[in-house]
Design a binder for this molecule. Structure first.
Ligand SMILES: Cc1cc2nc3c(=O)[nH]c(=O)nc-3n(C[C@H](O)[C@H](O)[C@H](O)COP(=O)(O)OP(=O)(O)OC[C@H]3O[C@@H](n4cnc5c(N)ncnc54)[C@H](O)[C@@H]3O)c2cc1C
Length: 840
């Protein structure tokens, strides 16, 4: 490949821009970026644009010599989420303008991309992408098989159901794009030093042992700095570990093949993604490139990749690649006769959930990562660089980063063995069906709730969250013959719809038992405990022992880092309970901000949680305890230590269902006896096991927020509907208060949304329209079995006055998979807006 050869040719590169001229690394810089791939180059450029021109990029070999140089250069914009679609759209425009910016030709060409469907389900999935594209004003349209043949005459279309053409998607030469981005950074003052290997990270330790990065060690001297960004691709995990930070990503082999010239393969052919065939095809210099996202991926340990790997390739396994190649020949018959000039097998890195990792590590202050791109580093690179630079500059994310934040993973998910096993399916998942509630098939069972065996015996179907196996729903073949304890996926009602309807009904009308042991539980103890929680959380927590307070934790921009309950256990002890995905974030955040005489301990693993909820929950517990559970003696939002059967538990009168109920926190060794006695005592009352699918529907009806889906670190509590959790005037203030006080108009308002029609489902990301105009998006949705249709939370966006107008009118439409449905938005929850049932 001519242009790739030129990328390796030092004299040709030097004629464009010569990083070698930078000499040795400086002794000090404000920021050090490790890695000169597309991500490192982009982070450096965007930092410089924000004034961080005292930034140095340290690259072990040459710019783009890692994974970046051999990417296929596909630039498709409709991604799985709004945030990533925005990032990809920015990236495409960035590449379009990059030659002008840098003076270097990056081979940008807007030929469009075409995704084709072999099945009706896939066509539905593509229609979801069509809606997302339209939401962002990206030109896209559905095509029939005949129209596909017109747009891309090389394709065989007889077996297709249809497709979607995303006009103005593009291709770019990735290596040159990274090089040109690096040059643009250099033009703004960034120093780029090639041939220097980072060998370690220098740390300082605060009073409680909290680490902060102060520089890097290299094979050519040390560099002191305030901030380090690890953008070292597949090497990022090992580098982060040198500082004790755990970043879950793992390399895998990735293949493409390039043909010699093929008749009809001209530059205007759109990129074709035959997702059901796990392949893509694009033009390349009169021929084609065929790439694979095969379901049986091949993980490769970082240790198996030579230290001096640079512009490297592995020997391709043609038997392995032959299978997707055969499917490519089915789709493009001209490939039957084509001669292949080059088979490429090279590494890319993947994460356990298919999203990249971004942001500051919890373990080490000042240490940021941008890596694990899951084969989308070119598509997303400029957007990722912009987002991380803003994050560094402002001290907090400016985009909806919850589902890419490096702290979303548990430390348990960073072991090499787990990552290797999960990575078998990671590559293929990019093109596999993205079913709602899709569960990974590999590396299951990393973290089992203590009652796993008992719940499985009760019919539990488990879903994974942060490595936990949690009961999602319960199969009951005794009630519904033939019901099997496994997910059967579709975009409509899935096989668990009837089971969850019963669980939901039990919680609303009788009594239901949820195992919530995967909750994160963190204690803050000691003479300074109150001072610490007062500073970290937004609510006034200086309340008598036994009070439970729903509150949130903010970042420096006033964005919500998590929500949860804080119980005051005694004068000097507090217990935070928050979601499982917030474990690393909550623990490290509290540790960093703790006063000297406060001890922060993560007690997640030691405490199990059973939630008993529903109008008959008091009756159930009353049969097992002498404690007075009346509303007067044990009101809502109180915590008491009580005996339940043989166990002594911490009982919290709270819940996520909107019904009367208690969460019972017990040491894991007492959990089995507690469970057995609850189940036995509950049988005559019709106690039913219930799982996370039911919980989701119950909380959606009640309008309760699901942090990470409905709101995240870029939203203020006012935008997230959490105003009631904020005590702006509490003595001493709290982290984020000043930012809140100075915040401009709200950028969105989170409101309940209910479909008028009982048929369709709501998941997330669907567009909300009023008079044909996009006014917002669904943040999360579920089926409301009490309300009788899909219900969720939507973010209404734009000018606050217009948002109020939409809300006052109430009637909106929701676009789901390219079809519009009438719906209502409201200022208060559709179910029990006064909260009577909670306080009954
Ligand atoms: C076959 C193939 C096809 C692909 N096709 C596409 C595509 O069409 N579209 C798309 O979006 N993505 C594609 N990708 C993925 C894309 O190439 C990657 O996501 C992207 O290049 C990752 O960029 P990066 O900067 O994170 O990593 P890299 O490019 O690997 O950069 C990391 C750099 O860090 C340096 N480094 C490592 N350790 C150290 C150290 N200790 N000190 C100093 N420097 C260090 C390395 O030398 C390397 O240059 C493809 C990948 C492959 C393998």
């Amino acid at each position: 490949m001519e242009s790739e050869e030129r990328l390796r040719d030092a004299s040709y590169r030097a004629s464009q821009f010569d990083p070698e001229a930078a000499g040795d690394p400086p002794a000090r810089a404000r920021a050090v970026v490790v890695g000169g791939g597309i991500i490192g180059a982009s982070v450096a450029l965007h930092l410089a644009r924000l004034g961080w021109t005292d930034t140095v990029v340290l690259e072990r070999s040459r710019v783009a010599s890692g994974t970046t140089w051999h990417a296929a250069g596909l630039m498709t914009r409709a991604r799985g989420t709004h945030m990533q679609t925005e990032m990809a759209s920015y990236s495409r425009d960035f590449y379009r303008d990059l030659a002008t910016l840098s003076g270097i030709d990056v081979g940008y060409y807007a030929n469009g991309s075409l995704s084709v469907a072999r099945t009706l389900e896939r066509l539905t999935e593509l229609r979801y992408a069509l809606t997302l594209a339209r939401h962002h004003g990206l030109p896209a349209r559905e095509l029939s098989p005949d129209e596909i043949a017109g747009v891309s005459p090389l394709l065989r279309v007889e077996d297709l159901e249809g497709g979607v053409l995303f006009e103005e998607d593009a291709t770019v030469n990735p290596g040159w794009a990274a090089f040109a981005t690096a040059k643009a950074a250099h033009d703004l003052g960034v120093r780029l030093v090639e041939g220097v290997r980072v060998t370690g990270l220098a740390l300082s330790r605060g009073p409680a042992g909290v680490a902060r990065v102060t520089g890097v060690h290299t094979d050519r001297g040390d560099v002191e700095c305030d901030v380090v960004v690890l953008a070292a691709g597949l090497w990022t995990r090992d580098l982060a570990l040198l500082a004790g930070a755990r970043v879950p990503l793992h390399p895998a082999e990735h293949y493409w093949a390039q043909t010699e010239p093929v008749d009809g393969a001209d530059r205007d052919l759109p990129i074709v993604r035959d997702l059901d065939g796990s392949i893509y095809v694009r033009h390349y210099r009169g021929g084609l490139i065929v790439g694979a996202f095969e379901p049986d991926g091949r993980p490769r340990t970082a240790a198996s990749i030579p230290e001096d790997f640079s512009f490297g390739e592995f020997a391709p396994d043609l038997e392995h690649f032959g299978r997707p190649l055969a499917r490519a020949r089915e789709r493009v018959p001209a490939l039957e006769r084509a001669r292949f000039a080059h088979y490429l097998c090279a590494p890319e890195s993947f994460t356990p959930d298919g999203n990249f990792v971004l942001g500051e590590t919890g373990e080490v202050a000042g240490l940021f990562v941008a890596a694990g791109m899951n084969s989308q580093g070119i598509i997303l690179g400029p957007g990722v660089g912009r987002a991380l630079a803003a994050w560094i500059d402002e001290g907090a994310p400016t985009v909806d980063a919850a589902d890419v934040d490096v702290r979303r993973f548990s430390p348990a998910q960073t072991s090499a063995g787990y990552l290797f096993e999960r990575t078998r399916e990671s590559l293929g998942r990019l093109y596999a069906m993205h079913w709602p509630f899709l569960q990974p098939g590999t590396a299951r069972g990393l973290r089992r709730v203590p009652l796993y065996g008992r719940l499985a015996a009760a019919g539990a179907v488990f879903g994974e969250a942060s490595g936990w196996e949690r009961a999602d729903w319960y199969a009951r073949p005794d009630e519904r013959p033939g019901e099997r304890p496994e997910y059967e996926y579709s975009y409509g009602r899935q096989n668990w719809f009837a089971a969850v309807a019963e669980e939901h009904r039990a919680a609303r009308q009788g009594v239901a038992l949820f195992d919530l042991s995967s909750f994160t539980k963190i204690r803050v103890d000691g003479p300074d405990a109150l001072r610490t929680v007062q500073r970290v959380f937004t609510a006034d927590l200086d309340r008598p022992p036994g009070r439970v307070t729903y509150t949130s934790m903010l970042n420096a921009r006033g964005g919500v880092e998590l929500d949860g309950t804080v119980s005051r256990l005694d004068e000097q002890a507090f217990l935070l309970v928050t979601s499982s995905t917030a474990q690393a974030r909550a623990f490290h955040w509290l540790r960093r901000l703790a006063d000297p005489s406060a001890v922060v301990s993560d007690v997640t693993s030691g405490l199990g949680v059973l939630s008993v909820t529903g109008p008959r929950s008091r009756e159930l517990l009353a049969g097992l305890t002498d404690a007075d559970l009346s509303d007067q003696a044990f009101p809502f939002a109180r915590a008491r230590r009580i005996d339940v059967g043989w166990a002594t538990v911490l009982a919290l009168r709270v819940g996520f269902t909107g019904e009367l109920g208690w969460e019972l926190y017990a040491p894991v060794e007492s959990l089995p006896v507690l469970y057995d006695q609850l189940v036995e005592a509950g049988a005559p009352l019709g106690l039913r096991h219930a799982g996370y699918r039911a919980l989701d529907g119950l909380r959606a009806e009640k309008g309760y927020l699901h942090w990470g889906a409905d709101a995240g670190p870029a939203d203020t509590p006012f935008e997230a509907g959490l105003a009631a959790t904020v005590a702006m005037d509490k003595p001493g203030g709290f982290v984020g208060r000043e930012a809140l006080a100075a915040a401009g108009p709200h950028r969105r308002r989170l409101v309940p949304i209910l479909l008028a029609d009982p048929g369709p489902q709501l998941y997330h990301g669907e567009s909300v329209l009023r008079d044909g105009r996009v006014v917002g998006r669904v943040m999360s949705g579920a089926y409301g079995h009490t309300l009788g249709s899909a219900v969720g939370l939507a973010a209404l966006e734009g000018d606050p006055a217009e948002v109020e107008e939409v809300l006052a009118a109430g009637d909106v439409e929701v676009e789901i998979a390219a079809r519009r449905w009438p719906a209502r938005v409201a200022a208060r929850p559709f179910y029990d807006p006064e909260g009577h049932r909670l306080r009954s």
